[in-house]
Design a protein around this ligand. Sequence first.
Ligand SMILES: [Zn+2]
Length: 81
Amino acid sequence: MSTSSYGVLGGAFFLMFGANEMPGFLGSTKTKTVHHLANMKKHCNVNEIHIHEKKYFEPDTLDQAVSEGYAPCDLCNKGGK
Ligand SMILES: [Zn+2]
């Protein structure tokens, strides 16, 4: 019985962890701009952000990015507020 309840808890934890692995926002430390990945546009050039310039936020929110001095990208953050 204890084994099966452990399995349920482990599965729930795994699902939560999996969801957290997909970031919502990606900042560039070079341009100090934050992009909304779910809504990013071709002209965001997210793929051109060097791996050492990538910045993820904790918590993964636009407010957190702004509070760290990042400017919301106009292309992909429109309508977010
Ligand atoms: Zn963008």
